[in-house]
Design a protein around this ligand. Structure first.
Ligand code: AHM
Ligand code: MG
Length: 340
């Protein structure tokens, strides 16, 4: 069987579906190429002296791993010169990175988490790169791009995706016309399409949550998980399985392929305390999950409907199987009404 390459897929999207301006195609190709290089560094591990932590912390106050910084630099360098971007933002940088004056500027904004699931790097488990693409507001022509220009809702994304560095290196992508998976063929150096128009299976009994955070959960999340743990004896009448890889990319990929629900709820005891970041983790994953027929909320509101208030804003995340996500929302609503 003749499989499509990423390049061919993107050209066909540009030609047939009219979904893809040439500049956006170039942007995606460059991000995909940078992910190949990151994959190479990840795979070298101790041999490439890329494991372990640095003395530095990122803007979130998290200790930076060597690979966090290497991957961030790779993405910046790869994307600076092509003329397709107005600016970039990353989990690893406090503020935005404007395109230097020596290069032409384009109309897109790129946001990324260079290495997601960093705690897995040193123990040989899957990590990934997540990215989101927005259009710069028209008003930026003739002035410097600002952080506020990035604060657009998830619905404004024109592309999103992730690379996963696991048993295989995969790229999962949407430009708003479905979800497509590509596998890196290392001998040839090409991304080859291995799954197309992906739809996530519904009705699967599997949840992913860090159970050690139970004390932080809202009553709605606690009720939802406790009922599932009760299995056939409880109100669900079914036994559920649990998985947690501590790498959102790996957990979301599993859910895309075999269904279930992923949750990293906000800490209900403290206002605005959550783990995952809206702009470069939750929004791109929500775009992919919705495109594959699932749902993505903060426990109540669709994540992509939220108006962002900061580049590094954190948010609760409940995504995956539509009916399961709706159950969480229904519990949250009924509990809010009960306490009103
Ligand atoms: P990171 O971007 O700093 O790696 O953090 C995000 C990761 C997600 O990939 C994952 O779902 C979560 O943090 C795991 O958190 P925990 O270690 O609390 O289980
Ligand atoms: Mg990260």
């Amino acid at each position: 069987m003749q499989r499509s390459t990423l390049t061919r897929f993107l050209i066909e999207q540009q030609r047939n579906a009219d979904a893809l301006p040439a500049e956006l195609r170039l942007l995606i190709e460059i991000v995909a190429r940078a992910c190949k290089t990151i994959s190479h560094s990840v795979a070298k591990g101790a041999l490439g002296e890329v494991l372990g932590s640095l003395d530095s912390e990122n803007v979130q106050g998290e200790v930076q791993k060597k690979l966090d910084v290497i991957a961030n630099e790779l993405l910046l360098e790869a994307n600076e010169w092509g003329g397709h971007l107005a600016a970039m933002a990353s989990e690893e940088m406090e503020t935005i990175h404007r395109i230097p004056n020596r290069y032409p500027k384009g109309e897109y904004l790129l946001l990324f988490d260079p290495i997601d699931g960093s705690s897995n790097i040193d123990v040989g488990l899957s990590v990934g790169t997540i990215f989101s693409v927005l259009k710069a507001p028209e008003a930026v022509s003739g002035r410097d791009v600002t952080e506020e220009d990035f604060l657009q809702s998830g619905r404004a994304q024109v592309a999103a995706g992730y690379a996963i560095y696991g048993p295989q290196t995969l790229l999962v992508l949407t430009v708003g016309t479905g979800v497509y998976e590509f596998t890196l063929d290392r001998e040839v150096g090409s991304w080859i399409m291995t799954d197309s128009a992906m739809t996530m299976p519904q009705g699967k009994c599997e949840f992913a949550i860090n159970m050690s955070n139970r004390r932080q959960w809202s009553p709605a999340i606690t009720r939802y998980i406790d009922e599932r743990i009760e299995g056939t004896a409880g109100p669900c009448g079914k036994d559920y399985n649990m998985r947690w890889t501590a790498s959102m990319v790996a957990d979301v990929h599993r859910i895309l392929k075999r269904g279930g629900i992923f949750m990293y709820p906000a800490d209900s005891r403290v206002a605005n305390k959550a783990k995952l970041r809206l702009m470069y983790e939750a929004n791109p994953m929500s775009f992919l999950i919705e495109q594959a027929g699932g749902a993505a909320t903060d426990g109540l509101t669709p994540l992509m409907d939220l108006a962002p208030n900061g580049l590094h804003q954190r948010v609760g995340v409940v995504l995956g199987d539509k009916a399961e996500v709706e159950t969480v929302t229904a519990y949250a609503r009924s509990m809010a009404t009960a306490t009103a």
